[in-house]
Ligand binder design. Structure first.
Ligand code: SAM
Ligand code: SF4
Length: 324
């Protein structure tokens, strides 16, 4: 069975936000004081996540990504990761890497297919300014340990004009030196009240800036992933993610499950289908949940712009509640 939407896209990739809590306070993601975090009882338990995951797998989903908030702040994540690696053939995680120490063996054991590490600056002071926490050293140490342990890692950099765009070339050099893919993400101006306006730099401008220094920058044909891929000298690959310009919606294969068990069809969707109430319902069967997922995917809009048009602009929804 496949999760096909009305625009003929098939959802095969599930992103699960396992918590909305985080030990950093990245300016583009959360206000300094944090957000109104969900009560623990309102968050999907591991048992509930695993039950839902098995239903998604029956519907053809073969790739999962754990995200958050910071997934590694959640207790006993090893239990969840081991179970999910039995359900899905491809397990990925997005993390700020502050809490990775002690998890390298686990990541090898579950054969994690991809670990995306967020780091928005290679400069300790700027890292602190962006994340509001002094965690640069541990993040860098853990990135280097991932490389040592041959964990397939990539670096995610949210590009902010006037904040860290002067470091883009340094990131590319770092990527080439350590043979690690860097992925530049367009900043989505969601956290308006916190200095995230006016920092947007479009993917085209990011590519032009890199091409100014690396003349062999060459755009590859679309491969259906969420990033535009480029090569330098034909052998180093980097990505640019048009998260805000949304030029890749037509091949989107993603669906999202929030920490509070809401199934969202799109990063820009403000409401979805509550699977939490279903999974906790007395007489709700797996078949009922399966049908609710199918119905939900059928409502997926053609593009993130159509979803955004429905957003109440006064209601700020932090990425930490959606999972990025
Ligand atoms: N805490 C983990 C981390 O930072 O990698 C996982 C959760 S975070 C919400 C997932 C991704 O969303 C990160 O790569 C983060 O940089 C990105 N993100 C958060 N807010 C964003 C925004 N306003 N614009 C673009 N990307 C954003
Ligand atoms: Fe935390 Fe990730 Fe949001 Fe930064 S981007 S505050 S690390 S959830």
């Amino acid at each position: 069975m496949k999760l096909r939407d009305t625009h003929n896209r098939i959802a095969k990739y599930l992103r699960i936000g396992i918590t909305d809590r985080c030990n950093l306070r990245c300016r583009y993601c959360m206000p300094a004081v944090g957000i109104d975090f969900a009560h623990r009882d309102d968050i999907l338990s591991y048992e509930e996540i695993i039950r839902l995951s098995k239903i998604f797998a029956c519907l053809g989903v073969d790739k999962v990504r754990l995200t958050g908030g910071e997934p590694f702040v959640r207790k006993d994540i090893a239990v969840l990761l081991r179970s999910l690696s039995d359900v899905f053939s491809k397990v990925h995680i997005t993390t700020n890497a502050t809490l990775l120490s002690g998890h390298f063996e686990l990541l090898k054991e579950i054969k994690v297919e991809g670990l995306n590490i967020s780091i928005d600056s290679l400069d300790r002071d700027r890292f602190f300014m962006i994340t509001r926490r002094d965690s640069y050293d541990i993040v860098m140490e853990n990135i280097l340990k991932c490389l040592e342990n041959k964990i397939p890692a990539k670096l995610n950099i949210v590009v902010m004009k006037g904040v860290n765009d002067m470091e883009l070339l340094d990131f590319v050099r770092f990527g080439i030196q350590h043979n690690i893919e860097v992925r530049f993400i367009e900043a989505m101006p969601f956290n308006d009240d916190d200095g995230n306006r006016n920092v947007y730099m479009p993917a085209t401008e990011i590519a032009a800036l890199i091409a100014g220094e690396f003349q062999s920058l060459h755009k590859l044909n679309a491969d259906g992933s969420s990033s535009d891929k480029y090569t330098i000298d034909g052998n180093y690959t980097l990505g640019i993610i048009p998260a805000y310009s949304r030029s890749l919606c037509s091949s989107c294969d993603r669906i999202r499950l929030t920490p509070q068990g809401e199934l969202l069809n799109c990063l820009y969707a403000q409401t979805g289908t509550s699977l939490l109430s279903m999974v906790r319902g007395d007489k709700v069967t797996d078949n009922d949940i399966q049908q609710a997922i199918i119905d939900s995917v059928l409502l997926k809009k053609k593009s993130g712009f159509e979803e955004e048009a429905l957003i109440n602009k006064d209601a700020f929804r932090s990425m930490t509640t959606i999972g990025g």
